[in-house]
Design a protein around this ligand. Structure first.
Ligand SMILES: O=C(O)C1=C[C@@H](OP(=O)(O)O)[C@@H](O)[C@H](O)C1
Ligand SMILES: C=C(OP(=O)(O)O)C(=O)O
Length: 446
């Protein structure tokens, strides 16, 4: 899925004059996946506006079609989904190709778990290295069974079961993918599925399940632990969904506008759900001037327009407790730290080692290659900032099939003496089609 052609697409990003303009970013990836999955389980036609048309989401669409949903995009870019009803998924006739997408894989495994169907999941070289035990373990307790590649990895074949056993589960890892997989499995299990979430993670599944009419409750204990209960054998009602702009994509122009001197950029219609907006808080704490205008609600999610003015940043030692609220934004936060004044110490980030690449190691190697002094830690990284002096630059940076590594180093190129060369820009199409053109529209030199 990831390869839009057989050959790598290297690209060099060079020092930019002040960035300016007003842009929007493509739709939220997490919300897009969920809108296709839940629409496919509702009875009747749902419509989705602003769906992210990136390769990861298209992998989810293809899988839902293979399991019986009717999905089409009209000429105006609205997606129409005819669902099969909870419990109505069909046996796919061939392996489900998940491409580069961990979210598609883990959430769809949840869906399959409580249907009496067998499905094989395959993915690209990056996805085939990622751990799946975190979902096979709880889904096995619900009655599903698995044949996996060594280390609980893809390719894997799973046999779902109906009726599945509803689960009462305390999440051992702060993962919205694991939480969502169990909730989606619980939709077609008789009785109550209960999840205890000690560290809150993105709550799009809970919000959207409620929006589709599922019987879902959330209790928050004094220490912040969330207890989510879902009544199974739900009937979902079709919805009209508007997907907000993806804060994880907005992160790149946001950091670019802070770093490139004299920039002023507006990013309109960005999702600002508190379980996702940690980067805005972190950058503000570093001294970044980010204003939120027109705060509003779109499709059950908080949204706003971000106005970003170039700022001198200072190093930071962020609280690891906030990690889930910006988990995919760390690579570009490391670029901000490399340009800030003083040292930054990031800890508590072991989850970064099991993303599309080992994001601690890939970032450490890439940062060194462009002249930044870093120390790699087991669970994080120490970065010595340049205090606003241009980074040396260089490359080619090995992106390891990881879109966020490619985009992070593209932003580093905009504040470098010699430019930064990315070895392969193709993975960017998984989450942010039009990334380079959008940066260029702000005045960036790519
Ligand atoms: O649920 C989701 O949509 C996601 C959850 C996060 O993964 P984990 O659940 O593994 O933390 C995140 O990194 C991923 O990009 C999207
Ligand atoms: C980790 C990511 O996605 P996924 O887990 O869906 O591959 C990401 O988009 O940064």
């Amino acid at each position: 899925m990831t390869a839009s052609s057989d050959q790598p697409h290297p690209k060099t990003f060079t020092a930019a004059p002040a960035l300016s303009g007003s842009i929007t970013v493509p739709g939220d990836k997490s919300i897009s996946h969920r809108s296709l999955m839940l629409s496919a389980l509702a009875v009747g036609e749902s419509r989705v506006e602003g769906l992210l048309e990136g390769e990861d989401v298209l992998a989810t669409a293809a899988a839902m079609r293979a399991m019986g949903a009717e999905i089409r995009r009209d000429e105006g870019g609205i997606w129409h989904i005819h669902g099969v009803g909870v419990g109505g998924l069909l046996q796919p006739q061939s392996a489900l190709d998940m491409g580069n997408s961990g979210t598609s894989t883990r959430l769809l495994m949840g869906l399959v778990a409580s249907h009496a169907i067998t499905a094989t999941f395959v993915g690209d070289a990056s996805l085939s290295k990622r751990p799946m035990a975190r979902v096979t373990e709880p889904l096995s307790r619900m009655g599903a069974s698995f044949t996996t590649s060594p280390g609980d990895r893809l390719p894997l074949t799973m046999r779902g079961v109906c009726p599945a056993v509803p689960l009462d589960y305390r999440l051992p890892v702060a993962s919205a993918q694991v939480k969502s997989a169990i909730l989606l499995a619980g939709l077609n299990a008789p009785g109550i599925t209960r999840i205890v979430e000690p560290i809150p993670t993105r709550d799009h599944s809970e919000r959207m399940l409620k929006g589709f009419g599922a019987d879902l409750d959330i209790e928050v204990e004094a220490d912040g632990t969330r207890i989510i209960t879902l009544r199974g054998e739900a009937e979902l009602r079709p919805q009209s969904i508007t997907v907000p702009g993806d804060p994880s994509s907005a992160a790149f122009p946001m950091v670019a506008a802070l770093l490139v001197p004299a920039s002023k950029v507006t990013i309109a219609n960005v999702g600002l759900n508190a379980t996702r907006a940690g980067l805005v808080d972190l950058l503000r704490e570093m001294g970044g001037d980010i204003a939120i205008e027109n705060p509003r609600e779109v499709g059950g999610e908080p949204v706003g327009d971000l106005v970003i003015t170039a700022s001198a940043l200072k190093g930071i030692e962020p609280d690891p407790a906030n990690a889930p609220s910006m988990i995919d934004e760390y690579p570009v936060a490391f670029i901000a730290a490399a340009f800030a004044a003083g040292r930054s110490v990031f800890r508590g980030l072991e989850e970064l080692r099991v993303k599309e690449s080992d994001r601690i190691a890939t970032m450490a190697t890439g940062l060194r290659a462009i002249g930044v002094t870093v120390e790699e830690l087991e669970d994080g990284i120490v970065i010595e900032g340049s205090g606003g002096a241009l980074l040396t630059g260089g490359g080619p940076i090995a992106t390891k099939l990881d879109h966020r590594i490619a985009m992070s180093f593209a932003i580093a190129g905009l504040v470098s003496k010699n430019g930064v060369t990315i070895d392969d820009m193709r993975p960017v199409a998984t989450s942010f089609p039009g990334f380079t053109a959008l940066l260029e529209s702000l005045g960036a030199m790519a």
